[in-house]
Each structure stands twice: as structure tokens, then as C-alpha cells.
Design a protein around this ligand. Structure first.
Ligand code: RIB
Ligand code: CA
Length: 311
């Protein structure tokens, strides 16, 4: 079994990612922790509870985390609508579960300390909770198999020409995790997630199942945003690609890179910068950056799993 904790800001593509984890028999989903990002913490937390209920997993504990980035003002966009699920949050049944009384960092610490096997943390929102966890409880690093992080853009961004949204929201937290900490990281940047976008045939096939129908109903607002902002009319399921890698290590082909994160307030704010001038020296911090995959096989597997088939 693959022990996972998902840290998330649902979020339309977060919903697909959480559903993929719930639909994968080899996943032991220990917890879901929420962070402000696509929308405020109240919405991301309520959405996480309701997405888990939609997937029949009200048993998975959900704890709320950071309401805002480390050190800079809250900033965001309207990609996910005013409820975080493309205006479809009202239509999915409300969970009967209640939010865990612990905050996200405490739940993460408790779950890691209690686990007798290493845990993969899949971070698919701003990295505020993860940076806080590692700063406040460094002893849990021994229990983390790796972080699989959806974020960054080596050849450019999505929220600005230079920055990807999760890193842009909290660059200081991203720099802590990607540059200053030593926990193994697999970074899943927009360089690969944008290549894994899917169109109507894929979505129409997914919509033939009850859960899939609700997921697809969340996508029109998000797709319209991407058409307007980056000229793409298909569905870019960034976060599900990170969960797919967490479930099946190596499904994405990675390159070890030394990274820097731009924490200025200039046009490069939130950029993830790869230093390719020379190979990393022994012991130097590197990140496994996913830059390639068999995209057709990957999106096909995700569809099969979301439709409830494990092939
Ligand atoms: O840039 C894409 C990332 O930002 C995804 O995690 C999406 O949910 C948004 O949070
Ligand atoms: Ca997200």
C-alpha cells in the first residue's frame, strides 16, 4: 500500500486529484490537509470534506491549515470560481464528517509520527503548510518518504509569464521546501501538467459515471478561464498528475535540477529557476523535476481509475 497525505486547496483540479487517490486501490489515504490558495480556507476545507464524501471516503480526516501565505498578502485568481469548484459546490452532497479539531500542521505531525512506514505527502496547493511543518517539527522528516509537489514552471508560468500559481501565492514557503530543506522532492511543474491536458472525449467518457459526472460539472468555468488566460480550450488537471506520480513512482520522467525561487516582487515573483550551468556537486540540494511522460498512457490510466476500473 502507498501511504499518502494530500495537502490541497480544492480547487477543481484538486477534486480530480483527490478522487484519483480515492479510486486507487493501492492508496492508503491517511489524511487530507487544506490550505488557502485557489480560494479561502473555509471553502477549501468544506470542499475537501465534500469531495471525500462524494468519493465515499468520509472516514479520511480533514484538517484546516494556513489561512494565508507566510509573509506576503493573499493573492489569487478566479480560475476555480467563487466557491472553488467552478460554481458546482452546491450540487455535491454535503459531508456529514466534521473538520478535525487539530490544525493541518498538527495533524500532519501526528500522522507521520504514528506511521510505522514512510509516508508520501502530495502537496497540490501553496506550500505554506508544508514549510511550517518542516520548520516546526523537523523530526518528522524521517517519516517522509518524499514530497510530490505540483508546482513551479521551468520554462515559464501560468498565473504570470514567469510563475506557476502554487509557488506564486507563497514563494517564501516554496523556497523553504524546494531550496532550503533537505526532504526529497519530486516537483511536477506546469511544463509537464500542461502537456497532460484532456478534451471533450476524455471528459465525456468520465461523465458516464456518478462521481465522474460531478467532477466534469466542475470544469466549465475553469476551462473558460484557461481559454481566456492561456488560450487552451481543454482541461488541465495539474494536481491529478502529481497524485498519479505519488501512486506510481516513475510514471513521470524526472531530471535532477538545482532550483531557486524568486521571492522578489518584480515580474519574476514566484518563478522557479533551474540552474543548468553545471552538474550539482555531491551533497548539493537537487529536486527531481518531472519534465516528461507517456502522456497518452498517463491520461488513459487516470481516466480508467476515475471511472472505477483499476486497469
Ligand atoms: O498552477 C496549478 C495549481 O494551482 C493547481 O494546484 C491548481 O489547483 C492551483 O492551485
Ligand atoms: Ca491545487
Amino acid at each position: 500500500m502507498r501511504r499518502l497525505i494530500i495537502d490541497t486547496d480544492p480547487g477543481v483540479d484538486d477534486a480530480f486529484a483527490i478522487a484519483l487517490a480515492c479510486a486507487s486501490p493501492e492508496v492508503d489515504l491517511l489524511a487530507v490537509t487544506t490550505v488557502a490558495g485557489n480560494i479561502g480556507i473555509e471553502h477549501t476545507t468544506r470542499n475537501a470534506l465534500n469531495i471525500l464524501a462524494l468519493c465515499g471516503r468520509e472516514d479520511v480526516p480533514v484538517a484546516a491549515g494556513a489561512h494565508r501565505p507566510f509573509s506576503r498578502p493573499v493573492r489569487g485568481d478566479d480560475a476555480h470560481g467563487n466557491d472553488g469548484l467552478g460554481g458546482h459546490a452546491y450540487a455535491i452532497p454535503a459531508s456529514t464528517a466534521v473538520v478535525d479539531k487539530r490544525d493541518a500542521v498538527t495533524l500532519l505531525k501526528d500522522m507521520l509520527e504514528a506511521s510505522d512506514e514512510p509516508v508520501t505527502i502530495v502537496a497540490i496547493g501553496p506550500l505554506t503548510n508544508i514549510a511550517l511543518l518542516l520548520a516546526a517539527h523537523p523530526s518528522v522528516k524521517a517519516k517522509i518518504d518524499r514530497l510530490v509537489v505540483m508546482g513551479g514552471g521551468i520554462e515559464g508560468g501560468n498565473i504570470t509569464p514567469s510563475a506557476e500559481f502554487n509557488v506564486w501565492v507563497d514563494p517564501e514557503a516554496a523556497r523553504r521546501v524546494l531550496v532550503e530543506e533537505d526532504v526529497p522532492v519530486t516537483l511536477v511543474p506546469v511544463d509537464i501538467t500542461m502537456r497532460c491536458a484532456v478534451g471533450d472525449p476524455w471528459l465525456n467518457e468520465l461523465a458516464t459515471t456518478p462521481v465522474g459526472r460531478e467532477l466534469v460539472a466542475m470544469t466549465p468555468h475553469y476551462r473558460a478561464f484557461y481559454l481566456e488566460e492561456v488560450g487552451r480550450d481543454d482541461f488541465v488537471m495539474h494536481d491529478a498528475i502529481a497524485v498519479a506520480e505519488a501512486i506510481e513512482p516513475g510514471v513521470l520522467r524526472t531530471t535532477q535540477l538545482r532550483l531557486e525561487v524568486d521571492c522578489t516582487d518584480g515580474p519574476g515573483s514566484g518563478a522557479t529557476i533551474a540552474d543548468r550551468r553545471k552538474p550539482a556537486s555531491p551533497g548539493e540540494r537537487v529536486v527531481d523535476v518531472a519534465l516528461d511522460a507517456d502522456v497518452e498512457a498517463l491520461t488513459g490510466t487516470i481516466l480508467s481509475r476515475l471511472r472505477g476500473r483499476s486497469d
